[in-house]
Design a protein around this ligand. Structure first.
Ligand SMILES: Cc1cc2nc3c(=O)[nH]c(=O)nc-3n(C[C@H](O)[C@H](O)[C@H](O)COP(=O)(O)OP(=O)(O)OC[C@H]3O[C@@H](n4cnc5c(N)ncnc54)[C@H](O)[C@@H]3O)c2cc1C
Length: 383
């Protein structure tokens, strides 16, 4: 129980937990080996209404709040963080398409997205850097009733598995910065697109890779937002995904802590349970406290979003704090299992899985700059 989740949301979370425990958890480690997101399970998630439930019904959603997306998201992540990318990418891209796309173009994509029939990636990062995102160079040249794309996006989650991507390209001069960027919905089967797959440390079922564009023609009807306004308009969706990422990694820390509490209460050393030693139980109690507090912050950010209140700083707090905390908590849990924790298994996979979010979707330094700007003012905190 907490002030953000009413009985309906608690019941929704319990339903998602039962589904995830029965259908998603059993393949957690196998998918790390095969490196494939299970499309059959994705379809089941869609049928259950678990993908982007916050979208309006006319786009295939359930018209629920962002907190509903959050409680489902953490239950899927608890079973397999990689599979919960389906929720994350659908909620992030779904919001962008809903608010900035042409309804006749985005509606079929949003319907497939919520039904678990399509996976959308988000392509912002380029080889020359991700933190200075507004400085991107992928060329999007206006040609008649379309745009011609040339260049590379890199480190894109689900790059080789996605059916389409929201791609940010430069339509202005290189000096135009954030004010010369246009966002486009790009189906991945367009001629001129090739893709690669990296060998990732964690999150291996979703994976990352590069997208290469060579004279790719995208109809102007697929533009998201106005020309040259892609960065300013579309980037606002990231406040949503940052709170979701917080819940995603904290769910992994929570299940790790639960398993570890059980283990240290049973495992004996020096004639007593491990938990009898304060050197074991106090660090776990500390992480348990911080994970609980960070989860409440993430729920608060989503609650603020549902209320239409500003939540950019809170979302940035979720995004830098939760991944670091989750990594440290799972690390502590792994050590409590002694040599067994070091074997290939659920705990070491969790550690690999959560690490990626200290980088992906913006690093801690960038998040702290966002918080500092919210507090001290943008002029006082230049890039
Ligand atoms: C698991 C994972 C998933 C990802 N998924 C996607 C995706 O789906 N789509 C996508 O577009 N990208 C994705 N990325 C890329 C990610 O967004 C970038 O890696 C990230 O924004 C950082 O960019 P960079 O790697 O180029 O590092 P750089 O920008 O080169 O930064 C390197 C280091 O310098 C620090 N730094 C940079 N500028 C400053 C500054 N002003 N002040 C202080 N420190 C600074 C950074 O914090 C970082 O530690 C993903 C990355 C990972 C690891």
């Amino acid at each position: 129980m907490n002030p953000y989740l009413d009985d309906d949301l608690v019941a929704l979370g319990e339903q998602a937990r039962r589904f995830a425990a029965q259908r998603i958890a059993p393949g957690f480690q196998e998918r790390d080996r095969t490196r494939v997101l299970d499309r059959g399970l994705m379809k089941e998630m869609g049928t259950m209404g678990f993908i982007a439930p916050e979208l309006p019904e006319q786009f295939g959603g359930l018209g629920m709040g962002c907190l509903a997306a959050g409680v489902i998201h953490e239950e899927i992540a608890r079973a397999d963080l990689s599979m919960s990318y389906i929720n994350l990418l659908a909620s992030l891209n779904g919001q962008i398409l809903q608010h900035h796309g042409r309804p006749d173009i985005v509606k079929p994509w949003l319907t497939r997205l919520t039904q678990g029939e399509a996976l959308l990636a988000l392509a912002l990062t380029e080889p020359r850097g991700g933190s200075d995102a507004a400085n991107l160079r992928l060329q999007a040249e206006r040609a008649g009733d379309g745009y011609i794309l040339n260049g590379e996006k890199t480190s894109i989650s689900a790059a080789d598995q996605a059916d389409a991507a929201v791609v940010f390209g430069r339509t202005g001069t290189p000096e135009s910065g954030a004010h010369g960027v246009t966002a486009l919905l790009v189906p991945m089967d367009l001629p001129g697109i090739t893709r690669s797959r990296f060998d990732c440390h964690g999150q291996r079922a979703v994976g990352r890779g590069s997208l290469f564009f060579e004279n790719v023609r995208v109809p102007a009807s697929h533009r998201l937002g106005e020309e040259n306004k892609g960065f300013v308009q579309v980037m606002q969706g990231f406040d949503f995904s940052r709170a979701l990422i917080g819940l995603q990694v904290l769910a992994v820390a929570r299940v790790a802590l639960e398993e570890t509490w059980t283990y240290v209460a049973e495992r004996q050393a020096f004639g007593r349970p491990l938990s009898a030693f304060q050197g074991v139980s106090h660090p776990l109690a500390g992480f348990d406290t911080h994970v609980e507090a960070a989860r409440l912050l993430c729920l608060q950010a989503l609650w603020l979003k549902d209320k239409g209140a500003p939540h950019g700083a809170e979302a940035a707090m979720c995004k830098w704090w939760a991944p670091k905390l989750a990594y440290d908590a799972v690390h502590e849990c792994l050590l409590m299992f002694g040599h067994g924790g070091y074997d290939r298994g659920a705990m070491e996979q969790r550690l690999r899985d959560v690490l990626g979010f200290q980088i992906g979707d913006g690093t801690a330094q960038i998040m702290k700059t966002i918080i500092a700007r919210a507090r001290a003012g943008r002029a006082a905190v230049p890039a």
